[in-house]
Ligand binder design. Structure first.
Ligand code: G6P
Length: 612
């Protein structure tokens, strides 16, 4: 949710910041802007729209500077416009600031500033905070860093802010609470960004700034302080990431690249953990907590979006294999409804980014109440990963496409290993079933590769239905969350209205939508409910709906009821969700492309939602 980049050093700063903003566009693309200092003084250049618009606008301007801060926005306060784009300039014209997050008490601060004669050029909460800092600086005749520190003590909300002052062309002041900030350490230069992708081609040494810390960043100096003005020792980490991971590698879109990476990313996720031949599963980040999990009265899963769908699959699987009750909660609901959390309760947090604000705050609240937090997270070193007592990374690599694909299958792979391991230790899975499931899980990368060969066939189906106004996705049992995920993917990428529903529940409402124009996608692979799903297909067929069925090889009945079928290799029903989602990802991708849409950056969405 908003991407930020900063540079101070010996190189030309604007091209570095611009490139960084392009890499962070997945975080928002409502507007883009930069602030820099050169012979023309402190100047801001900003434009509504994607980073490319800013690039074009700034083409003829004097962008030379060794210091630059930049922002790509996902609008919260104020419509997307040039005026509301970041960075903002303070009332005094001396300070430029950009911000990722939301200042919740901005209205109170704004009325105080209005009374003092301040006026505002934008509708943003950011400009309020900036002028608040400007005012403190003037009133206390203090440094910018001191003014920031005083101001932040009164701020309610989430922020990552970068500031520069017209009289100091070397220094960036940065601070964070709730929104991520990583600082890359070079020789005679520093890089600041919302994640490491703008940094890796210059340095692999990074510091993740913690909440309530202020960074004073100069070419040869990085000082970290807490809000009490005490100097903190930066914890320097080595990035385990390659540049190739954030490039398209010959694919037209990141989404397609990431869909096609899944045989490898799932393999990476299973490697060193699942030994199917030896019948063992090692999740070293969790093993110390096996006892607590198995003794828990219930497990709570907290997540948002696609990660919430992975949580629903986990609910079905953990209850089946471990016989422990599981509840799955939307983080945004969980955090505000005064949930009952006891000391020792186990909460599994699922998040690709590890930065989703609602999930993060929900976990902080639960942790304060004594819950044990297990994080299933993709981004190494992210806030949720650091907050968790234990956990397992999904190892899906950098996911750039805004609609999550490979991170989802990585989450499923981890959750399946977790359920299998706990069920086996709990004695709630028979040894032969455990072995069979381990074997099937190990076969997933190869079977995903087989499914990806259906890409052309799926593209043809996509073209046939691309003009539909609505879609219905139906599944039962383990495939119900996959129906939800298929519908979400289509909405995100193609802007077609789509609903996921339990196949049988469809009779209680959505069936009224069915006519000859409604495509209905059945996730109907062979499982314990298969005959029931076939009956649901009959019900749709009888009402002339068009059926696209995801089925298992050898199924001879479903094709007779379907207009189109996508045939997948056989696998146990518990492992099947990880395969069944693949054709749905491809279907959405091809429909989005057929409609001429930007599938990597769908309108209004952002990949990392760091505001609530
Ligand atoms: C956004 C993204 C989704 C993602 C959700 C949760 O809405 O567009 O793809 O599933 O946030 O994000 P997380 O990083 O916590 O998994």
């Amino acid at each position: 949710m908003c991407g930020i980049v900063g540079y101070t050093g010996f190189r030309e700063a604007y091209p570095i910041v611009l490139k960084g903003l392009k890499r962070l566009e997945y975080r928002g693309y409502d507007s883009a802007g930069v602030a820099l200092i050169n012979d023309d003084g402190l100047n801001i250049f900003k434009k509504k729209g994607k980073v490319a618009e800013l690039e074009e606008y700034a083409y003829t301007k004097n962008m030379q500077s060794q210091l630059c801060i930049g922002h790509t926005r996902w609008a919260t306060h104020g419509e997307p416009s040039d005026r509301n784009a970041h960075p903002h300039l303070s009332h005094s014209g001396e300070i430029a600031m950009l911000h990722n997050g939301i200042i919740e008490n901005y209205a109170q601060l704004k009325s105080e500033l209005l009374k003092k004669g301040y006026s505002f050029k934008s509708d943003t909460d950011t400009e309020v905070l900036l002028n608040f800092i400007d005012d403190i600086k003037k009133e206390n005749a203090c440094t910018l860093e001191q003014a920031v520190s005083i101001a932040l003590k009164r701020i309610v909300g989430a922020y990552c802010i970068l500031l520069i002052h017209k009289d100091d062309p070397e220094t960036i002041i940065a601070a964070r609470k709730g929104s991520p900030l990583v600082i890359g350490i070079g020789k005679g230069e520093h890089f600041l960004a919302s994640d490491a992708s703008p940094i890796i081609e210059y340095t692999k040494e990074v510091v993740y700034v913690n909440d309530y810390e202020i960074a004073i960043v100069r070419p040869n100096e990085l000082i970290l302080k807490n809000l009490g003005n005490e100097v903190q020792t930066p914890f320097v980490q080595k990035l385990d990431m390659e540049l190739a991971a954030i490039e398209k590698g010959g694919y037209d879109h990141f989404m397609l690249k990431e869909i096609f990476e899944q045989p490898q990313t799932i393999e990476d996720c299973l490697r060193g953990r699942l030994d199917a031949v030896g019948g063992s599963i090692i999740l070293s980040g969790i093993s110390n907590y096996s006892k607590e999990i198995l003794q828990a009265n219930r497990i709570l899963i907290v997540a948002c979006g696609t990660s919430w769908h992975a949580g629903l699959v986990a609910e079905y699987i953990i209850e089946e294999l471990c016989r422990i009750p599981v509840e799955v909660e939307y983080a945004s609901e969980f955090r505000y409804r005064n949930p009952i959390v006891h000391k020792g309760d186990v909460i599994i947090a699922i998040s690709q980014s590890g930065e989703t604000a609602d999930t993060l705050v929900a976990l902080e609240n639960a942790k304060e109440k004594g819950a044990i937090i297990l994080g299933i997270v993709n981004v190494v070193g992210s806030s949720i990963a650091r907050l968790s007592h234990a956990g397992a990374y999904t190892h899906a690599g950098h996911e750039i496409g805004v609609a999550s694909t490979k991170a989802f299958t990585g989450q499923l792979a981890v959750l399946m290993m977790l359920a299998l391991k706990l069920g086996y230790e709990n004695g709630t899975i028979a040894a032969d079933r455990y072995q069979l499931l381990c074997n099937d899980l190990a076969s997933v990368p190869e079977k995903v590769a087989q499914i990806l060969k259906l890409d052309d066939a799926i593209k043809k189906i996509a073209l046939k239905y691309a003009d539909a106004r609505d879609f219905l996705y139906l599944g039962r049992g383990y495939n119900f969350p996959i129906a939800l995920e298929g519908a979400l993917k289509l909405k995100e990428i193609s802007y077609i209205h789509a609903e996921g529903y339990p196949a049988a529940e469809m009779k209680h409402g959505p069936i009224a939508l069915v006519d000859e124009n409604l495509p209905v996608v059945f996730v109907a692979t062979k499982d314990s409910f298969h005959e029931k799903v076939v009956s649901n297909m009959q019900e749709i067929k009888a009402r002339k709906g068009q059926i696209i069925a995801i089925i298992t090889e050898g199924d001879t009945v479903s094709p007779t009821l379907s207009d189109d079928v996508i045939i997948l290799p056989a696998i146990d029903e518990i492992i099947a969700p990880i395969l069944n989602v693949i054709p749905l990802q491809l279907l959405s991708y091809h429909i989005g492309i057929a409609k001429g849409l930007d599938v990597d950056k769908p309108r209004n969405l952002a990949k990392s939602v760091t505001v609530e």
